[in-house]
Design a protein around this ligand. Structure first.
Ligand SMILES: Nc1ncnc2c1ncn2[C@@H]1O[C@H](COP(=O)(O)OP(=O)(O)OP(=O)(O)O)[C@@H](O)[C@H]1O
Ligand SMILES: [Mg+2]
Length: 298
């Protein structure tokens, strides 16, 4: 019942932005294609007294990301952004729908295949303090994923680490420090270096700038832009912050209640928002008060 209502709402939302989830680029294959992805979580039900319920975190999400571009995914709390990120990174299994990375379907794979697919997509989270192992040196944190792969010698690992430190703007003398000895901005640079060490095809930044103050945010945002310009990375940038989305992204997808309600070129979504939720978020990012939501069409 709820699902039918969500599907109908999605159709209305899609009609509002023409159902477009793709800005076609001639002769370029998408790096990532998500098709009609659904994810439902079962909650509770362990005890007789508690009835189980279903949460629909993703209710038919479709999108594409082209190589060397950034798609910003903007949406309120609980709209399904992190669930989508986890499904794309093969850390959650969708209930239905498909995900293709460079035209290879990565949904429904066996654990053995997933082990070779997962490194191709890396996630950077909001809080570097909790995502970095406090007992390891920064050098070990950055090179740990290489140990799991077991491909490089100690010398090659050291070289790779030095190259990455240089790329992300970390002083080499910090290599043997532990995370608590670094500033919050340096910690996030370490998290980015670690995410890049296996040369992923897609980097997902899930609120990766949200815990930083404004000047550090700007520095890390510029680092992301520099890395994209020099190394051609592709980003899925998840944020509540519309202004940062416009600064970084080629395209913006706006999520609400597990659906993409608006999609388009970043500047156009920002300057000419079509959906009520988009207007609300754009206004909030400009510090403008929000008018009440219009009544739902019957
Ligand atoms: N493991 C889980 N079990 C049950 N429900 C979950 C689980 N993970 C997410 N949810 C629910 O799915 C919905 C989407 O959550 P999600 O974390 O993807 O939202 P989000 O857009 O990332 O929110 P935020 O901006 O707060 O990070 C929410 O209702 C959430 O409570
Ligand atoms: Mg989230």
């Amino acid at each position: 019942m709820l699902d039918t209502a969500l599907k109908n709402a999605h159709k209305v939302a899609c009609a509002e932005y023409g159902g477009r989830v793709d800005i076609v680029r001639e002769n370029v294959e998408p790096l990532l294609r998500v098709q009609n992805l659904e994810k439902r979580y079962e909650r509770g039900g362990l005890f007789l007294a508690r009835k189980s319920s279903t949460v629909t975190a993703l209710a038919g999400v479709s999108l594409v990301i082209y190589p060397k571009t950034t798609l910003a995914l903007v949406g309120g709390s609980g709209s399904g952004k992190s669930t989508l990120a986890l499904c794309i990174a093969c850390l959650e299994s969708p209930t239905s729908g498909s995900i293709y990375l460079e035209s290879k379907e990565i949904t429904g794979l066996e654990e053995k295949e997933l082990r070779s697919v997962r490194p191709q997509t890396q996630l950077v989270f909001q809080n570097p303090a909790s995502s970095l192992n406090p007992r390891l040196t920064v050098l070990d944190i950055v090179t740990e994923p290489l140990d799991v792969q077991g491909l490089l010698s100690e010398r090659e690992k050291g070289e790779k680490a030095r190259e990455l430190f240089d790329r992300v703007g970390l002083p080499l003398e910090k290599m043997l420090r532990r995370p608590h000895e670094l500033s919050v901005g340096q910690k996030q640079r370490v998290a980015i270096a670690r995410a890049l060490v296996l040369n992923p095809k897609l980097l997902i930044l899930d609120e990766a700038l949200s815990a930083l103050d404004c000047s550090i945010q700007a520095q890390i945002a510029n680092l992301l832009l520099e890395l994209q310009a020099s190394l051609g990375f592709t980003y899925l940038f998840i944020t509540h912050d519309f202004r940062m989305a416009v600064h970084l992204a080629d395209e913006i997808a706006v999520m609400e209640q597990g659906q993409i309600v608006e999609f388009g070129k970043a500047e156009s979504v920002f300057h000419n928002p079509k959906h009520f939720i988009t207007r609300q978020m754009v206004n909030a990012s400009m510090g403008i008060g929000v008018s009440p939501r219009p009544p739902e069409a019957s």
